[in-house]
Design a protein around this ligand. Structure first.
Ligand code: SAM
Length: 348
């Protein structure tokens, strides 16, 4: 045994445990409005923050101290401040780099521990809808900032001829749409087009319809319950999958249904978690997060459905291309990428 390596690893574990405990504190800050009350990045005392947010001053001081010790906040003379960069990621939900929603997804993993124990001992299955409800709101809040930042500005323009079609009036389906964040963003950007979102999880569809009304696009966006292999229509210009194809039991069957549902010159937009083809290449902070989440979410969901391919969130380009090719798509191209996502274009 190498003592230095042991100490290094113990240090890594302490760091990770502190991070996990901070995520629980992040959820407090988000839910109680503590970050929002500090969004102006001014120094304030624990008592002032407690009075602004109607919270217990002693607990607020402890919460602030945890943030200062973690490098999330600055402190001086008993006062604390959330720097602008931290405010953008923790306090301002409309910011393109808002990340506090991710803590809610991680919370769902802890809530669902017993279900995962059963899945691990059994057939590996845990369906999306059987997660704690905070999984659904957390996923929406974690993914929406990235869609706001990249979808209209970068991903759609990276597809051949798609933006012109959307401007002129196209028919678009968003499959596995969840709470419809991506659908609403596209509909707001392209008022001449019609959008439908499908998801097999009925409560998500109810929320998505509320989001369309709240987003002022309820007249052009319709969300319906349906699986990726049975939604209606055969004249779509664009069929999208946002962070969901790898979650499906039969992604080849789903992509085949898209092939049949597209117009002859239609396009599939496939947005997937960023990954390389080999585990070694995914030994990164992002890859680690996605594998860990995939153990609880994506892979058991796939195993809960027919075929149960179990691609996992780190499927990588080669496997995703293979899925699309098997479904009949002959033109498959990596159109864009971000540190979190791979974006593919598939055509017939
Ligand atoms: C990780 S969530 C992503 C949701 C949404 N696209 C987003 O980006 O916020 C995966 C979604 O895929 C849906 N889903 C999984 N398997 C499905 C299937 N076979 N048919 C339709 N929807 C499915 C789930 O219900 C869930 O809403």
């Amino acid at each position: 045994m190498n003592e230095e390596k042991l100490h290094d690893f113990m240090g890594k574990l302490v760091t990770d445990m502190g991070g996990a405990a901070m995520l629980a504190n992040m959820i407090l800050g988000d839910e109680l409005g503590l970050y929002r009350a500090m969004a102006d990045s001014q120094f304030l005392t624990p008592e002032a923050l407690a009075s602004k947010t109607d919270c217990n001053p002693r607990l607020v001081r402890e919460w602030l101290s945890a943030h200062a010790a973690s490098g999330y906040m600055e402190h001086s003379d008993g006062k604390f401040r959330l720097p602008e960069e931290q405010a953008m990621t923790l306090a301002i939900e409309d910011s393109p780099v808002y990340m506090a929603g991710g803590a809610v997804v991680v919370a769902a993993l802890f809530h669902d521990k017993d279900k995962l124990v059963a899945a691990m001992r059994g057939d590996g299955a845990l369906a999306w809808g059987d997660h704690h409800p905070c999984m659904f709101s957390g996923t929406e809040r974690f993914f929406r900032p990235g869609y706001r930042m990249h979808l209209v500005a970068e991903w759609l323009p990276a597809l051949e001829g798609v933006v012109d079609k959307l401007k002129n009036g196209a028919k678009v389906a968003d499959i596995g749409c969840g709470h419809g964040a991506s659908t609403v963003i596209m509909a707001q950007a392209f008022p001449a087009s019609q959008f439908v979102g499908f998801d097999y999880h009925a409560p998500s569809i109810d929320t998505a319809n509320q989001r369309a009304e709240q987003g002022g696009v309820g007249d052009r966006v319709r969300f319906s319950q349906g699986t990726a292999k049975n939604y209606p229509g055969n004249d779509y210009d664009l069929i999208c999958y946002f962070d969901c194809l790898h979650d499906m039991g039969d992604p080849v069957g789903a992509a085949r249904h898209a092939y049949q549902s597209l117009k002859p010159d239609g396009t599939v937009l496939l947005v997937e978690p960023y990954a390389t083809d080999q585990l070694d290449g995914n030994a990164t902070p992002v890859g680690r997060l996605f594998y860990a989440a995939s153990t609880f979410i994506c892979t058991p969901n796939s195993l809960s459905q027919e075929v149960g391919l179990g691609l996992g969130a780190q499927a990588g380009e080669a496997r995703l291309r293979d899925v699309l090719n098997q479904a009949g798509f002959t033109h498959v191209r990596r159109a864009a990428e971000t540190p979190f996502n791979l974006i593919f274009e598939a055509r017939k």
